[in-house]
Design a protein. Sequence first.
Length: 147
Amino acid sequence: MKDILNFLSLFFLIFLLESSSYAHTINYHVEEKGISVRAFYSTNDPASYSQYEIFGPGDTLPHQTGRTDKNGFLSFLPDKAGVWKVKIRGESTHGFHGIVIDVEVNKALNLESFSKPLVATHTKLITGVSLIIGVIGIYAFLISRRR
């Protein structure tokens, strides 16, 4: 009988110690929500571990700060609709770089649109003008060689 009481006492003691350790854990839940941004210098050169700040519409204090991951990604969960500003400051082998991205969030708190760099929005125009200038340059060079 004494062995059974010792066993039960030990069992309850372990149970109490074990249950108190759960009070110090971090609970989590994974959801398919939020907005992600990938920052990079070129296609194969991500802006790894770059500092960023995210400001909500009309906010003066950052909603979130941190560093991008090794692949240049950052994610955030907006809590109101409007234009969010994502400020990224990266350092590459040839100095510091910075950019501000405007991310428009709709009333359902989903991505509506985002600002793109000038090169991305006018790539076809820039390529076309470059080709025309190149062809005119080659033509002018060939004409000058004939004279």
